[in-house]
Design a protein around this ligand. Structure first.
Ligand SMILES: NC(=O)c1ccc[n+]([C@@H]2O[C@H](COP(=O)([O-])OP(=O)(O)OC[C@H]3O[C@@H](n4cnc5c(N)ncnc54)[C@H](O)[C@@H]3O)[C@@H](O)[C@H]2O)c1
Ligand SMILES: O=c1ccn([C@@H]2O[C@H](COP(=O)(O)OP(=O)(O)O[C@H]3O[C@H](CO)[C@H](O)[C@H](O)[C@H]3O)[C@@H](O)[C@H]2O)c(=O)[nH]1
Length: 331
């Protein structure tokens, strides 16, 4: 019995693979290394280089590794890039997910966990955001994820497949044991960028907009530690194995921090007063995104361990330091 982790050479997938291995499960990672790194695949996981949209390959991997469940992280993740290259995003996130789901159904896989995003909500009518708020994504990225959610919902009605779509809020931090972290070639995430600036990989950073309708004028987000998120995946799998119904669940802590608060934490924890510029608003940034996080706690029994901004930042900084000794551009 093995879990197939697509995108397991990437940031979140590698942490989920670690959590599965730590729990004594077998893991096979399928990743095309378009963004991830071979070295990021945890020791103990089997690795297949290839595309999650390659139906025949997926069927073979499922059969050869005795796969009984799929965690699907592989995808393209940069919101502004999805506006410029929408058809690439629909292909990689929606078309390839369709092929993967088809291979899963045809192979008799019954348990499927999908990486969705708070981006499916678009500009929410209010916060905290409940799972049954209407889905009105404002980017091709968000729409590509929403479409995959809908496909899974329909497939789950027609076939023996049951799924949990986890809608991540802002994922940050790194494995507390230093085994993995965020290495993306094209980082856009606030805590990653602030950590790179603190550790000298960037000369300065910018705050995108100080005129939002928030207490300090900067955007508020619900930052979740990647290891807590990984744990939610393991629990979601156990939930399905115990007979749980298909569902969607927000993954966040239900509280938010502003951009200025985050930068303040990175300066405080690192002890470095790095340069921060003011910049224009970034298009498409909602003022505040905070999860209603009751469902994941109640249905999965999820209890976070790292709901502490300084701990998230500490782990992100430690990982950034460790990257100085790695060849991150060599896959
Ligand atoms: N990072 C976040 O804050 C965030 C928030 C919400 C949702 N998500 C979702 O979580 C998932 C993982 O994100 P991440 O931050 O770890 O990104 P990442 O880029 O670090 O990891 C994605 C991995 O998928 C691989 N990949 C991409 N397309 C593939 C394909 N067609 N076949 C096989 N492998 C492929 C890449 O090489 C990479 O290793 C994505 O689906 C993303 O949309 C991420
Ligand atoms: O250098 C930077 C980087 C970010 N920000 C600001 O920090 C906040 C957070 O930005 P991120 O890029 O870290 O994250 P987003 O909220 O834009 O998006 C992330 O969270 C979303 C859900 O909330 C989606 O899941 C998406 O995939 C994921 O990238 C935003 O107000 C952004 O403008 C800055 O001011 N400076």
């Amino acid at each position: 019995m093995t879990v197939l982790v697509t995108g397991g050479a990437g940031y979140i997938g590698s942490h989920a693979a670690l959590a599965l291995l730590d729990g004594g499960r077998n893991v096979v990672v399928l990743d095309n290394l378009s963004q991830g790194y071979r070295w990021a695949v945890p020791t103990g996981a089997a690795f297949v280089e290839g595309d999650c949209g390659d139906y025949d390959l997926v069927r073979r991997v499922i059969s050869e590794h005795d796969v009984t469940a799929i965690m699907h992280f592989a995808g393209s993740i940069i919101v502004p890039e999805s506006v410029i290259y929408p058809l690439e995003y629909y292909y990689n996130n929606t078309v390839n997910s369709r092929a993967l789901a088809q291979a899963a159904v045809d192979s008799g896989i019954e348990h499927f966990i999908f990486s969705s995003t708070a981006g499916v909500y678009g500009e929410p009518k209010s916060t905290p955001i409940l799972e049954d708020f209407s889905l009105k994504p404002i980017s091709p990225y968000g729409t590509s994820k929403m479409m995959t959610e809908k496909m899974l919902a329909d497939a789950a009605i027609a076939h023996d497949l049951r799924y949990v779509a986890l809608r991540y809020f802002n994922v940050a931090g790194a494995d507390p044991k230093g085994r993995s972290g965020q290495t993306s070639r094209k980082a856009t995430h606030l805590i990653k960028i602030a950590s790179q600036t603190a550790t000298g990989a960037r000369p300065q950073m910018a705050i995108y907009g100080e005129d939002y309708d928030t207490p300090d004028g900067t955007c508020i987000r619900d930052y979740i530690h990647v290891s807590d998120l990984a744990k939610a995946h393991v629990l979601a799998l156990e939930y399905l194995e115990d007979g749980g119904e298909s569902d969607v669940m927000n993954c966040g802590y239900g509280r938010g921090f502003s951009v200025k608060e985050v930068i303040g934490a990175v300066k405080r924890v690192s002890g470095i007063d790095f340069a921060v510029e003011r910049a224009e608003r970034r298009p498409g940034d909602p003022a505040a995104l905070i999860a209603a996080a009751d469902r994941v706690r109640e249905k999965l029994g999820w209890t976070p361990e790292y709901d502490d901004l300084d701990a998230i930042v500490r782990h992100a900084l430690d990982w950034e330091e460790s990257l100085k000794t790695r060849q991150v551009d060599a896959a």
